[in-house]
Design a protein around this ligand. Structure first.
Ligand code: DGT
Ligand code: CA
Ligand code: CA
Ligand code: ZN
Length: 576
């Protein structure tokens, strides 16, 4: 962390969480839970903790639930200096790399401590070596299965290393775009690369600019407040590392080449290679400066010109992966992709009735502001004891409250729902008679993630066969870079969804995006109905919808494929 750095809520939460783990390893009682609770509270704030502190000082920090004086002072030190001496000292006392080990799914403080005491595991590398050589299974309480799961989690972690969740970087990208848009020297700025294609994770971010004062643009770029260090500072190109650790490049492009550059740097690489082949077949040359016949530029100022001259419809960036989009564009058969404004409802919303931070009315209010006509309240059910899931009686109490709210609200309708918990055997933890009285029921896996494929597939098929279950929430239950997807025979899941008229969800939460793009595409091709929901546990998370819409678009989904583009009446008519 830089000194006088802007410290984000998630950075503060991460430090507090690490302290909890370190204290746990030292065998300290009670204190670890206090740090853990404070970390959770800060993570789910809908304001910047920095802003709270600047406005109200230490007292305001102490008003955050779970933050007492001692923790508030530590947050203050972090915000003011970017460092926390207490944390640094603790890290020196415990010789184990908590940050990296705790990022492995299934490794809690107790496990990390046990692995250190038994096998001397201090780092991720130690952990992997121990697991690969079969030494973990021998520790009492571990076993072969647990060892295999640790290895699977390490693999998931490794495949995401060096990449960033789009949801974590988009705010920074947008603030950089806004900075340049306000400069009179900048005629145009666009972000290209994987960010423009809305990939779920991105390696770096690539900006393109039109300006007749490139030197000025470069100076502003390398001294942006988001920049941690400068790799290169050139005349028309610069490259930096942002404070988030991600690299960012910027290029100033001549106006007559801007479309060609945007096309080239948006990629993907396989898409570009296929496109260049078409140019070559016509005796032309395609590069980041334009489409050329001999030395004459035949297109380049806009992307529409470049694609058009090659005999193609303009292709939405989300489709540019060379997975059939070029052939479709040649035949004029690109799908009309679902758009953000098509979505009228959100079918997965959480509230203070369980682990959400805002009330039903507050979530409805924010949903209305984002342009929605209806939301379904889908709090967790009793099997999820850690969040005090609802039982049948509380579901009925909540239903009465929603009826009451609906009588007083205008502009938005609240549907009665729940996120019912799926047991190991595919049965549900709420009575069918209660589920039958709800407007909409989503079912979700929250446990037994590592069942073998055949058993896991049967488990979900049994759920879909239940007449009260309208949709499956985050169907593969993955967490990007953390928990691998549950193992499913997706062909059979698709068949069952069709046979039972069950909707599969696209969960918009940036670290879930579940179903993911490839599975969305298979559902679209098979005619399985999908929903785009936010899984919001706080007001601000209702804005995650754009990530779900992007995932749907990357899966070639049109408005008709997405059930919550319908009016509430049409939606209710089509549910089971
Ligand atoms: P990332 O950053 O790993 O998430 O993915 P991209 O797609 O943003 O890749 P990046 O930043 O390495 O390059 C941006 C675009 O530039 C890429 O999508 C396509 C284009 N590009 C880069 N290298 C090549 C290349 O060797 N050949 C071709 N045809 N295009 C390239
Ligand atoms: Ca990139
Ligand atoms: Ca790049
Ligand atoms: Zn959930």
């Amino acid at each position: 962390m830089e000194s006088s750095a802007v410290v984000s809520n998630s950075e503060v939460a991460e430090v507090l969480m690490d302290i909890a783990v370190l204290l746990d390893m030292e065998g300290v009682k009670f204190k670890p839970r206090a740090y853990e609770n404070a970390a959770r509270a800060i993570e789910s704030l809908d304001r910047d903790v920095e802003e709270i502190y600047v406005e109200g000082g230490l007292d305001a920090l102490m008003e955050i639930p779970g933050v007492g004086e001692s923790i508030a002072k530590k947050i203050e030190e972090l915000l003011k200096t970017g460092h926390l001496k207490y944390y640094e000292d603790l890290k020196r006392q415990v010789p184990v790399n908590i940050e990296s080990l705790a990022s492995v799914e299934g490794l809690g403080p107790k496990t990390i401590k046990e692995l250190y005491l038994q096998l001397g595991v201090k780092t991720l590398e130690d952990l992997e070596a121990a697991a690969r050589s079969g030494r973990i299974r021998g520790i009492p309480g571990f076993g072969v299965k647990r060892e295999a799961n640790i290895l699977r989690s390490i693999d998931a972690l490794k495949s995401s290393r060096g990449r960033f969740l789009l949801g974590d970087v988009l705010t920074t990208v947008r603030s950089i775009l806004h900075r340049f848009e306000s400069m009179s020297e900048v005629k145009a700025i666009e972000v290209s690369g994987s960010v423009r294609r809305w990939k779920e994770t991105v390696g770096d971010v690539d900006f393109l600019v039109i300006s007749d004062q490139p030197a000025k643009v470069m100076d502003v770029f390398v001294s942006l407040p988001q920049v941690a260090s400068v790799h290169s500072h050139g005349v028309t190109r610069s490259s930096v590392r942002l404070k988030s650790n991600m690299n960012a490049d910027i290029r100033v492009i001549p106006e007559q080449s801007f479309g060609a550059a945007l096309q080239y740097f948006t990629g993907s690489k396989p898409h570009n290679i296929a496109l260049r082949r078409i140019a070559i077949a016509r005796g032309w040359k395609l590069n980041e400066y334009g489409l050329f016949e001999g030395r004459e530029q035949v297109a380049g100022a806009t992307e529409v010109d470049v694609y058009g001259k090659l005999g193609l419809q303009w292709i939405p960036p989300e489709l540019r992966e060379n997975k059939g989009e070029i052939e479709a564009a040649q035949q004029g058969k690109l799908p009309h992709l679902v758009e953000y404004s098509d979505v009228k409802g959100d079918l997965q919303v959480h509230t203070t009735w369980t682990d959400g931070t805002n009330s039903i009315a507050s979530m409805a209010d924010e949903a209305l502001k984002t342009g929605l006509e209806y939301i379904a309240i889908t709090d967790h059910t009793k099997g999820l004891t850690v969040v005090h899931g609802l039982d049948e009686a509380r579901i009925r109490t909540q239903m009465r409250e929603i009826d009451k709210l609906n009588r007083s609200l205008s502009g938005i309708q609240i549907l009665k729902g729940c996120e019912v918990n799926i047991r190991r055997d595919g049965s549900l933890d709420i009575e069918d008679s209660a589920l039958a009285d709800l407007d909409i029921v989503g079912a979700a896996v929250h446990s037994y993630w590592t069942l073998p494929e055949a058993e896991q597939t049967e488990r979900l098929i049994k759920v879909m066969a239940n007449d009260n279950v309208d949709f499956i929430i985050h169907p593969t239950s993955r967490e990007i870079g953390k928990r691998p997807p549950i193992q499913l025979d997706f062909y059979r899941i698709i068949q069952a969804a069709k046979d039972t008229d069950t909707i599969l969800e696209i969960d918009s939460y940036p670290n879930r995006l579940d179903l993911k793009d490839d599975y969305v595409r298979r559902c679209v091709e098979a005619g399985v109905k999908l929903s785009i929901d936010t899984d919001a546990h706080a007001r601000w998370q209702l804005h995650f919808r754009e990530f779900g819409v992007a995932t749907a678009r990357r899966g070639w989904a049109t408005r008709d494929d997405i059930v919550n583009t319908r009016s509430v009446k049409d939606l209710l008519d089509m549910l089971k």
